[in-house]
Design a protein around this ligand. Structure first.
Ligand code: BGC
Length: 254
């Protein structure tokens, strides 16, 4: 069973990667972060990912590699592109990354990777029942975990609420764009989390994304019956989860 794997997290602003210790969830190398090429087109992202791998010094050439990406990923194909170049839609992205990197990879949605990281090393570890990971960033990513097992490709950030794709109203980017106060943003978040409660009866919500560092400003304003907690891993969640998914050595939690 592999004890280490490389995790690479492709995002709208940065492409990040590191070698991960899968027992502890610690990073074993510096985290390398390169800016996402403007426009996020496939060739440019592939080239930047290769550059990032080259910068990760001293890697075992056989280390498993996981890559996570901000789109629905089904059998290696990217099926959506909410906040990246539309050119990704319908591409066999997993194969493209494998060809560019010259090795096999595991390829997954970014929120799924973040949720898996929290189930393996963070706030959802050992949680009985349904935990829902939500990442509040440029978009809203979601992952559903049942007793630690991931149900992939939940796109709950695109629920239509009050006639809007909720991600366009309640993401952190929407908060910034609309200059919302914490309480104004919390009103929008309330509708989102309440809808998730009604439809999925979760046991726990986990809130990730860089803004979750400031959780004390907005989580206490929400009125929910489900406990809601900040993620343990914010900026590294995608890296950790992609690495963990690459080997799935983490035993089922229940
Ligand atoms: C995408 C999801 C992604 C999330 C976070 C959404 O717009 O549809 O696939 O997980 O953004 O990046």
């Amino acid at each position: 069973m592999a004890g280490t794997a490389v995790g690479i997290d492709i995002g709208g602003t940065g492409i990040k990667g590191a070698l991960v210790d899968l027992a502890s969830g610690d990073l074993l190398t510096d985290r390398i972060k390169l800016p996402t090429p403007k426009g996020g087109k496939p060739d440019a992202i592939l080239a930047t990912t290769v550059e990032l791998m080259n910068q990760l010094q001293g890697l075992d050439p056989d280390a498993p590699v996981g890559v996570c990406f901000p789109a629905v990923v089904k059998h290696g194909v990217t099926l959506s592109a909410a906040n990246i170049s539309k050119k990704w839609i319908g591409l066999h992205a997993e194969e493209l990354f494998e060809t560019a990197l010259g090795r096999d990879i595991t390829f997954a949605n970014d929120a799924d990777a973040a949720g898996y990281a929290e189930a393996s090393f963070g706030a959802a570890r050992g949680v009985d029942g349904v935990a829902i990971m939500t990442t509040l960033g440029t978009g809203i990513g979601t992952a559903i975990l049942h007793n630690g097992v991931l149900v992939p490709n939940a796109e709950l950030g695109h629920l239509e609420i009050d006639g809007h794709d909720i991600e366009t109203r309640a993401s952190n980017a929407a908060r910034e764009r609309d200059g919302l106060s914490w309480s104004e943003w919390a009103e929008r978040l309330q509708k989102f989390y309440r809808a998730l409660e009604v439809y999925l009866s979760p046991d726990l919500f986990i809130v990730g994304g860089g803004i979750s560092k400031q959780h004390s400003q907005f989580l206490p304003l929400l009125q929910l019956t489900t406990p809601i907690v900040p993620a343990v891993h914010r900026n590294n969640a995608g890296i950790l989860g992609a690495a963990a998914l690459a080997v799935r050595t983490i035993p089922p939690l229940n």
